[in-house]
Design a protein around this ligand. Structure first.
Ligand SMILES: NC(=O)c1ccc[n+]([C@@H]2O[C@H](COP(=O)([O-])OP(=O)(O)OC[C@H]3O[C@@H](n4cnc5c(N)ncnc54)[C@H](O)[C@@H]3O)[C@@H](O)[C@H]2O)c1
Length: 397
């Protein structure tokens, strides 16, 4: 059988000094089975076309995402977009996502899903109506070690989970960077563009997703403090949520952008009744496991064996089948993104072939995960406004 043609991906956002489009576009091209073919890269139509013309490889430029999505219906099959990637600031996620879904185009969208819970619920309803793949770009789920951590915790190898500390600590907004014209900072501190929570929305949602993905637990109630340390900033640059989890355990989802010296210090520690698991994205090749009364274990990505005195005889086939390079050749951020796009590709191909697809949150965050991120943020905002009063999260969407 000849190889299928690579999937065609359309970018929404990504022109003129944009950040996250670049790791994504590298990850899209990682396997040769996906490629960027089109883009609506900037809000100004003229600049959008110029930026597409200046893209490092040929793509079809569009003046707006509305035009790109509308044009798709008339393109020959080999040029049609197989999915769109939304890499715009948070307030420009909802409209392009809805337009793409209405046009039957699968969507891979940056986090947080939207700027309000109501918008997130509308996207969930649309995805369900259209029965279409939708992914949310929670990067760190794409690490092999995140998947391994998920297996270790969910299979009970650490016993019952008692406490989880999920964190994402940065220092780049410790001063008023937005006043210097920094593109990424400017919209992140504007509640109309970022949403009601700044730090919580930007990076707290990653910590939340790491907790939910690895443990399988939900946050039932929280008591949150959203704090502003840099004077004059309208939204939080420091975020702490003490949480009651669905199995009765407790945990913390915490994030900061004012902790000088911290770069992208995302990590998770899970304390169970038998042992502890520790993982950090700045050292993403290793998972540390501590079992009471035994020497500490350090598991490297791709270097695990069944029956090693801790791991059982059967290891999950899908985990073992994830492509990796030999341990010691470091994988990192781009590999994690590539793994997400690779798994999304599998669902997109099934969708276009009219076959059932999973999109169940086990390989990348799905639309319900995106909704949960917004439910978490809205509850945290209410709790913080009520002096960190305990508040229940809304029931599942
Ligand atoms: N998953 C991650 O690890 C990660 C990391 C960084 C950012 N993000 C998320 O990615 C998104 C973008 O963040 P960023 O830091 O790349 O922002 P950015 O400001 O660097 O880039 C945003 C891009 O969107 C474009 N844009 C804005 N409105 C548009 C419109 N109407 N039509 C077309 N293009 C438009 C801008 O011109 C710019 O090119 C945010 O939602 C952010 O939360 C995720």
């Amino acid at each position: 059988m000849p190889s299928p043609r690579p999937l065609n991906v359309g970018l929404i956002g990504g022109g003129k000094g944009a950040f996250i489009v670049h790791p994504h576009q590298k990850a899209i091209h990682f396997d040769g089975t996906r490629r960027v073919t089109a883009g609506a890269l900037f809000p100004d139509p003229k600049i959008a076309l110029e930026e597409a013309a200046n893209w490092p490889y040929p793509i079809k430029g569009y003046a707006s995402y509305a035009e790109m999505i509308a044009a798709n219906a008339t393109l020959p099959p080999d040029q049609k977009l197989d999915y769109v990637l939304i890499v715009t600031p948070n307030f420009v996620h909802f409209d392009p996502a809805m337009k793409a879904l209405d046009a039957g185009i699968p969507v891979f969208c940056e986090k947080p899903l939207t700027v309000t819970l109501d918008e997130a619920a509308q996207i969930v309803a649309k995805v369900r109506e259209k029965k279409i793949p939708f992914g949310v770009a929670h990067t760190y789920l794409g690490h092999w070690t995140s998947r391994f951590s998920r297996y270790l915790v969910r299979s009970g190898l650490l016993g019952d989970v008692r406490w989880v500390d999920a964190y994402y600590i940065q220092g780049w907004l410790a001063t008023k960077v937005e006043a210097t014209g920094n593109q990424q900072a400017s919209w992140r501190v504007d509640p109309k563009k970022a949403g009601g929570s700044g730090c919580g929305g930007d990076i707290g949602t990653h910590a939340l997703m790491q907790l939910r993905f690895v443990t399988g637990l939900e946050i039932e109630e929280l008591s949150a403090n959203l704090e502003i340390f840099v004077k004059g900033r309208p939204i939080d640059d420091h975020f702490t949520a003490y949480c009651r989890l669905s199995n009765g355990a407790r945990g913390m989802v915490r994030a900061s952008q004012i902790a000088i010296g911290h770069k992208n210090d995302l990590g998770i520690e899970v304390n169970g009744t038998k042992g502890t698991l520790r993982w950090s994205q700045e050292d993403p090749e290793k998972v540390v496991v501590n079992i009471m009364g035994q020497p500490d274990r350090v598991y490297w990505r791709g270097a695990i064996s069944p029956n090693d005195g801790f791991l059982p005889a059967e290891l999950p086939a899908d985990l073992m089948a994830e492509p990796t390079i030999p341990a010691g050749h470091p994988e990192a951020f781009h590999d994690a993104f590539a793994r997400l796009h690779r798994c999304f590709e599998a669902d997109v191909r099934k969708y276009h072939a009219g076959q059932p697809f999973a999109c169940d949150g086990s390989k990348y965050a799905n639309v319900e995960d995106g909704w949960m991120g917004m439910a978490f943020l809205e509850t945290a905002l209410k709790s913080s406004a009520a002096n960190a009063a305990w508040m229940k999260l809304p029931a599942k969407v």
